[in-house]
Write a protein that binds this ligand. Sequence first.
Ligand code: ADP
Length: 312
Amino acid sequence: MILTVTLNPSIDVSYPLEHLKIDTVNRVKNVRKTAGGKGLNVSRVIHMLDHDLTATGFIGGYFGKWLENQLDRDGIAHDFLPIDAETRSSIAMLHDGGKQTEILEAGPTITPEDAQKFLDHFDKLLDQADLLTISGSMPQGLPEDYYTQMIAHAGAKNVKVLLDTSGATLKSALEAPVKPLLIKPNEEELAGLLNREVDKTDYAALKQDLQDPIFDGVDWIVVSLGSAGAFVKHQDKFYHAAIPKIQVVNPVGSGDSTLAGLAMGIHDGKSDEDIMKTAMTTGMLNTMEAETGFVNPTKFDTYFAKVTIENY
Ligand code: ADP
């Protein structure tokens, strides 16, 4: 089973508006509300491609109940730790020909008691898991090394960890003795980790960048490059995964879909080439749908066949 972690899930509300008017009323007809937070995007894609998973994290209040109902409706198994505070909402206004203005609630502050309770809950879930994905930023109240603690718990039970986060939490995970199996930094996150500029179009330079000692002990580093695919390091091998030109409808959540593909490929014990092809396909399929963290499985084989992997 794949265990997906979304510590700060969210009800994602999308408001399409022809024009966003400031300091007055905006009326919206077609509101879309989905179970969000990066880890739940990952979960939806894994589920749509027929793999077993359980989604976990903190959940609270009436909004939390609504979110769990959505997951039940979609047939996505979940086992969240209930907390007293309400789960957050995130609002995205899509307006003025392609502009996106977002209002993101910080969400609940986790108490030290709930932080400890979750680790105990998580330990039980780890007993049924062979692979774990951790996505997104952490809610307020948790220590910076909380993901690092979770990775150590997973390591103690031989559960592989795929980590998609940024900033101080990612840095903390790379400095810890038990490393994640895979990280998925983008250009900006890579530059932040290395404290220097990174040019994602220069693959020879990227190859050097990924050999920095900061990454020692991390098996897989996947640098996703949007329409240019991804540059990948697996142990001492380097690859460029190239993808065809496609019609993009909504790229939001592509990185999460890519992580879902990596999780399924690694979980299934596929070859490097097939792991990367799966991940590029799930990323592409997400961009072709209006909904975030959503893929059309009937298109999988066609696009999988169009991904090419080059050794670098
Ligand atoms: P992130 O959301 O983490 O920044 P990317 O934008 O790099 O991630 O997208 C992740 C993956 O989704 C890419 O590696 C690719 O497979 C697919 N993808 C994203 N944007 C495009 C695009 N414009 N055209 C084709 N595929 C895309």
